[in-house]
Ligand binder design. Structure first.
Ligand code: SD4
Length: 340
């Protein structure tokens, strides 16, 4: 298994702009299995359809999948499954790039990005949202209760409060301390620390028994980002995309690079053209590389799930893993990577 610490990078782009690359690493994924050389297909042969399926980024995706599983197993909707799944990471202070316990921006504010998309192509999103524990559920309300797709900042928070969500402090003492240490060591424009304890954005895709797909993505974004910065995670097409006729994809890593390639829309369109999820993720990473001259210094990873229950993933740098759950599997898989 690749050493996850080895892929942590500070980015030329970040240095040039005075911005950090997210610390993108999680410890404790020793249970990860190696990439299935056949292409990580959850379907056992070309004709088989596997469902339900839950697929999530990083090792905390295991818990997300397990939370979602009873919903999927009992015939529930993929949308409910992905929302329930990622809420686990949002509430877990040990997951330091998502929700409560997430790394703050460089002014010390935890600002949250999230989006959700269902089988009918409906979608909802919040960005630059503060003091709300479950941004994904606010995104779902935006989708279901408003004529809009995206609310940001104060407006998103006002909407959340009007919908009955309570405001709470999202900065844990541990995250506060890490931020203060980073500031002391790096100053206002320094690169981020290489932090082996830093977990990453959760993106989750599910295929339910009915054959419907949904996805969710939620994050506190790049650690110590500029105040007001929004990444790819709440942007439909960039951090998440689902087309119920084809499949879904979600992204993790340096959001600016994903946005430039409209990464997840691209993955889904590649699957529409006939590529399996694994190859679609690989080709999308190649596009990210093409569009980002600093690609060797950043991490971007995609996971994808198609209508038949096949799964795939690919990333730039070694160290990205993802969680797969099907009726026969419940495991962490190491994603294949461009850099070896
Ligand atoms: C972002 N893609 O805000 C996200 C970061 C991430 O924390 O994947 N993890 O750019």
């Amino acid at each position: 298994m690749p050493d996850r610490r080895s892929f942590l990078r500070s980015t030329a782009l970040g240095a040039a702009a005075g911005l950090p690359l997210l610390g993108a690493c999680a410890a404790g994924d020793e249970g990860a299995t190696d990439q299935d050389p056949s292409g990580t297909s959850a379907a056992s042969d070309a004709g088989a359809v596997v469902r339900p399926v839950a697929l999530s980024t990083w090792n905390h995706g295991l818990d997300a999948n397990r939370e979602a599983w009873p919903i999927l197993e009992s015939g529930g909707r993929a949308l409910d499954a992905v929302e329930a799944g990622v809420r686990v990471s949002e509430a877990d202070p040990a997951v330091t790039s998502v929700g409560y316990g997430g790394a703050p921006d460089r002014e010390g504010h935890v600002t949250l990005d999230a989006c959700i998309m269902d089988e009918a192509g409906r979608c909802g999103s919040v960005a630059f949202l503060r003091e709300i524990l479950h941004p994904i559920s606010v995104a779902r309300r935006v989708m279901e209760e408003t004529p809009h797709v995206m609310l940001v900042g104060q407006g998103a928070q006002d909407f959340a409060v009007a919908q009955g969500f309570e405001r709470q402090n999202m900065l844990t003492p541990e995250a506060d301390e890490r931020w203060r240490r980073w500031l002391a060591e790096n100053g206002e424009t320094g690169p981020p620390p290489i932090n082996a304890e830093n977990h990453d954005t959760i993106g989750m895709l599910a295929l339910d028994r009915n054959g419907d797909l949904s996805g969710a993505c939620t994050t506190s974004g790049a650690a110590y980002k500029l105040h007001g910065r929004v990444g790819d995670s709440p942007i439909i097409g960039a951090g998440l995309y689902v087309d119920n006729a084809v499949g879904g994809a979600t992204a993790t890593g340096w959001g600016e690079a994903v946005i430039r390639a409209v990464g997840c829309f691209l993955v889904v369109e590649l699957m529409r053209q006939g590529h399996d999820p694994q190859e679609a993720c690989r080709l999308a990473v190649e596009r990210v590389i093409e569009k980002n001259p600093d690609w060797a210094d950043i991490q971007v990873g995609f996971i994808a799930l198609d209508k038949r229950g096949r799964t795939g993933a690919y990333c730039i740098a070694p160290g990205f893993d993802y969680a797969v759950k099907t009726p026969d599997r419940d495991e962490l898989v190491v994603a294949a990577s461009r850099l070896g």
